[in-house]
Write a protein that binds this ligand. Structure first.
Ligand code: SF4
Ligand code: SF4
Length: 403
């Protein structure tokens, strides 16, 4: 195991620590809460079924959860340690410094993670170690995902389980075999945690349903594994959050107030600099400023107050605070004026209004390329899945002054 864990475990030997496999399961708060729980729980119970010791927990700093906010569970598996020994070593901290296997249940988490209430963005691959694996469920090629990761000075693996992210809601679990597919994928990339025979037997005994067994096997076979080298990725551009230890907290409750302030234009409203939440979103709203009728509804209805009024009567969006809830797109009365678009298609959080005012026609062309012609129709019941429609063409650019 790791020097850092050994450091925190005091009297426990390095040999004991080496026999712990640490799995970090990254998911989106609320939408994937049950899925994240199922995967960590199943890893533990399947490992028990082959005589290993295992337990799981969640990251303390990310509770309470919120829609879309990046959260994590952990599972610890050991072949030789007893239950008390494993718990004593692995639960010494509520977060892990390093992980042997990182699972990512939504590929847009590759853009980074902002933990609840501690500003900073950490890379999704922060915990990987040499020789470890990070696994995404994704329709993207490994090369596309590699670019978004922080550069590391060693080699490790990036695996892709072909498929879509699975979202549900607080009251609804989308039972689409995603949890079982992840178990099959774990068996493929980390047989030391679970082997495929164990997964097959565990799924068969639990569900008595051969279709689910086939889902585990299909995932096992379909995982694509790619090596990540020190040349891959980027120098991480953000400050990384440092979570305070318990002895660093002030006595009592300290809630710092946000300085009041407002001026017209981008970033014109004062917002809490310690509570940005841009990495909560899988899709961002794209505004066609040229067709906007200035009705104010997006600004009025946004639950996170992300819109900034501009001098020309339009409404800019601050993507550092937008959670991607989609409310603005829902209330906008103009056809195709606000459309939710895959967050991985964007590489910055700059003001869209500033980009538009520099060159309106170019802004519209670039945004329409990102939007494409497929539009998602949100289901009225959370977690029931999405429907899509295909447009024949996009709304033409409307030059200023043209009715
Ligand atoms: S998607 Fe729209 S309504 Fe929702 S937080 Fe972002 S800007 Fe606000
Ligand atoms: S809701 Fe749509 S039309 Fe109304 S101000 Fe916002 S972008 Fe413009």
């Amino acid at each position: 195991m790791t020097q850092s864990l050994a450091k925190h475990t005091g009297s426990h030997s390095r040999k004991e620590a080496k026999d712990i496999h640490r799995v970090e399961i990254n998911y989106r708060g609320i939408f994937q809460k049950r899925l994240g729980y199922n995967i960590s729980h199943d890893i533990v119970y399947a490992a028990h079924s082959e005589g290993k010791t295992a337990f799981s927990n969640g990251r303390y700093s990310d509770d309470p959860q919120r829609n879309g906010i990046p959260c994590a569970n952990f599972a610890f598996v050991s072949k030789s340690l007893g239950e008390e020994e494993l718990e004593a070593i692995a639960s010494a901290k509520m977060d892990v410094d390093e992980a042997d296997l990182v699972l990512v249940l939504d590929d847009t988490l590759a853009k980074g993670l902002e933990p609840w209430g501690h500003y900073g963005i950490r890379p999704i691959n922060q915990k990987v170690v040499e020789g470890s694996t990070i696994l995404f469920v994704s329709r993207r090629k490994p090369e596309e995902l590699k670019k978004l990761l922080e550069k590391k000075p060693f080699k490790y693996n990036l695996a892709v389980l072909p498929g879509d992210r699975s979202f549900a809601g607080l009251w609804y679990y989308r039972d689409d075999n995603s949890d079982i597919r992840f178990l099959g994928a774990v068996a493929r990339i980390a047989p030391q945690v679970l082997d495929i025979e164990t997964v097959v037997n565990y799924v068969r005994n639990k569900y008595k349903d051969e279709k689910r067994v086939e889902a585990a096997k299909e995932a096992f076979d379909s995982v694509v594994i790619n090596e990540v080298t020190p040349d891959d990725g980027m120098v991480w551009p953000y400050e990384k959050p440092v979570l305070p230890a318990w002895q660093d907290f002030d006595e009592g409750i300290v809630v710092k107030s946000v300085k009041r302030g407002f001026k017209m234009g981008p970033r014109g409203q004062n917002r809490n600099p310690d509570f940005k939440r841009g990495t909560s979103k899988t899709q961002r709203p794209v505004v066609r400023f040229d067709t906007c009728i200035k009705c104010t509804l997006c600004w009025y209805d946004c639950p996170d107050e992300c819109f900034d009024p501009t001098p020309d009567g339009l409404f800019d969006i601050n993507y550092e605070y937008c959670t991607g809830c989609g409310r603005c797109a829902q209330v906008c009365p103009v056809n195709d004026c606000i459309v939710m678009v895959d967050e991985l298609k964007f590489d910055n959080t700059k003001s869209p209004w500033e980009q538009y005012t520099k060159n309106p026609e170019q802004y519209v062309r670039v945004m329409e390329e990102k939007k494409g012609l497929t539009r998602e129709v949100p289901s009225p019941v959370t977690g029931k899945g999405e429907q899509f429609i295909e447009l024949k063409s996009s709304v033409p650019f409307k030059a200023k002054g043209v009715k």
